[in-house]
Design a protein around this ligand. Structure first.
Ligand code: NDP
Length: 511
């Protein structure tokens, strides 16, 4: 690493073999990092393999102790880390602090729950194998590669890193080329609490470094980013049959029922859609409002959006990547060209670095503003005759990451009908990010696999079944010495147990 200093270093171009991390608000250079090629990435993974030999045999309690110490370092130095995240992404310092707080909760949860979720437990053996004792335990995979995005550069990768580490794996982390300093900060502080071996390492560079990580012999890749890149990750992993968890983008809908708390729903739509300049995987992008609530809802949204500004020192920061304003502009332009109207904002709202809040009405459902991830501080709002129509439109998306429902009487029933991995009732979807015990992930083009919670711990393990024969039981079945009498006894027993159609499933399967 050439420099991780937070003070700007103004240069013309980065030296060969390096790249710069820039402040998106000013274009200033924040740090310079190596572009690591496949050979360098292979070497990092080889070191990780050796480090796994140190880390995985440690008891859960010892790994947990180190992780909790790391969480304490993040907490004590939260201001410094938030400043770095602010510099690299442009998001307000207070938003950066919020994602760090959530990451700390996840590290602590993973540390405290790994033993209970993954440790050995007895398993019932069934009538046929009554003479055995069995157990299940979840063993670490070895080396996990984590590829992260820039939009939540602490919270998002930590959602994989902490759980993979708590499960006993070594981790190699490839942050986005827009946030390498944040990645380096996380790795450096972890090394302070685990100085013995490089259990958590960094690789830096553009997408090619991520490709190299997929092909470097890791035991799993945890990818968070766009669906398009997720497919490239899967291609790269296919050659080595490397398993992947894909946490991709979304097009989250927020549904407002006639009986909803309208001010609360409007507040959630505006914050959920515009926090982090709309650059959230579970950001609200589409809103479907029951006709009876529509006018009141628009009034409440307008009240909240007017006065909300993007700019230096404002609640909305710049677009983090240089290409994103162009995407947002294209979505707004296509919607307006097809007859949509702007309740607030519009084409003029899109500047070179900042995008002002924009709310679009009557957008045709096949416009990119409704079908594709806009990733800007924008909302589309549509009036629907009933909640069946709201659910139908919410589900008419290839994505299935998150959603939110506002209804006093039917929130949970509506939530069950929405095709998405994460649904908030009477709240924003992002609130689920602050609940470490819940699984996090999507369906369809939003990916598969789960991070966070017990599922997120098991995602970075392999299930190991161990059965020990305690005594021999006549009739012996698993031998060529099996007799015709034994066959008959088994057939009779099985018929008695399973031969009659039962009207009810076993009590344990009833809900
Ligand atoms: P990208 O898909 O562009 O990049 C994600 C990561 O993949 C980056 O580290 C990137 O490196 C790397 N990468 C790029 N190309 C390749 C490749 N061919 N092989 C391997 N790795 C590669 O996503 P963004 O960083 O732009 O993040 C935004 C996206 O992430 C949005 O779609 C958002 O919805 C999604 N997201 C999903 C979340 C979830 O929990 N489901 C959470 C947060 C974000 P580099 O940056 O250097 O190009």
């Amino acid at each position: 690493m050439t420099s991780t200093s937070a003070s700007p270093v103004i240069t013309g171009r980065p030296a060969p073999g390096t790249f710069d991390s820039l402040d998106p608000a000013t274009g200033e250079v924040i740090g310079t990092y190596p572009v690591q090629d496949a050979e360098a990435v292979d070497a990092v993974v080889a070191r990780a393999r050796a480090a796994a030999g140190f880390w995985s045999p440690l008891p859960f309690a010892e790994r947990g102790r180190r992780l909790i110490t790391w969480a304490a370092v993040l907490t004590r130095r939260m201001g410094q880390l938030a400043e770095l995240v602010h510099a690299e992404t442009g998001k307000p310092h207070s938003d950066a602090q919020l994602e760090i707080v959530m990451a700390v909760e996840h590290i602590t949860w993973a540390a405290r729950h790994a033993a209970k979720v993954l440790g050995p437990r007895r398993a019932p053996v069934g009538l046929l194998m009554l003479h055995h004792a069995a157990s299940v335990e979840y063993q670490p995979l070895g080396v996990v590669g984590v590829i992260g995005p820039w939009n939540y550069p602490v919270f998002t990768p930590v959602g994989s890193i902490a759980y993979a580490l708590a499960a006993g794996n070594a981790v190699v982390f490839k942050p986005s080329e827009y946030t390498p300093g944040t990645g380096a900060w996380l790795v450096d502080t972890f090394a302070q609490v685990v100085p013995e071996q490089p259990v958590l390492q960094l690789v830096t560079g553009p997408g090619a470094a991520g490709q190299a990580l997929c092909r470097a012999g890791v035991d799993k890749i945890a990818f968070t980013g766009s669906a398009a890149t997720g497919k490239q990750v899967m291609h790269a992993c296919a050659d080595g049959l490397v398993p992947v968890v894909i946490e991709a983008g979304g097009k989250d809908a927020l549904l407002v029922d006639a009986d909803a708390d309208i001010p609360a729903a409007a507040d959630a739509a505006v914050w959920g859609g515009m926090v982090n300049a709309g650059q959230s995987c579970v950001g609200t992008e589409r809103v479907y409002v029951h006709a009876q609530a529509y006018d009141a809802f628009l009034g409440e949204v307008t009240t909240r959006v007017v006065g909300l500004r993007a700019g230096p020192g404002q609640k909305i920061g710049p677009m983090t990547t240089p290409a994103q304003p162009g995407v947002v502009r294209a979505h707004i332009a296509a919607a307006l060209a097809r007859g949509a109207t702007a309740l607030v904002g519009g084409l003029d709202a899109v500047g070179e670095r900042y995008v002002q809040p924009t709310v679009l009405l009557d957008v045709p459902e096949d416009c990119p503003a409704v079908t594709e991830e806009t990733f800007g501080p924008t909302l589309t709002i549509a009036k629907v005759p009933d909640m069946d129509e709201a659910v139908r439109r919410a589900n008419a998306s290839p994505y299935g990451l998150g959603a939110a429902v506002f209804s006093r009487a039917h929130g949970t029933q509506l939530a069950r009908r929405i095709r998405a991995g994460l649904v908030a009732v009477n709240s924003v979807t992002i609130s689920l990010a602050g609940m470490p015990s819940l699984p996090w992930g999507g369906t369809g083009q939003s990916g598969f696999g789960r991070i966070h919670g017990p599922d997120g711990l098991r995602e970075f393990t392999t299930a190991k079944a161990i059965a020990r024969q305690r005594f021999t039981l006549p009739p012996r079945l698993t031998t060529f010495a099996r007799t015709a009498r034994a066959d008959k006894a088994v057939a009779t027993l099985t018929t008695l147990r399973h031969g009659r159609a039962s009207t009810l499933p076993p009590r344990s399967h009833r809900r």
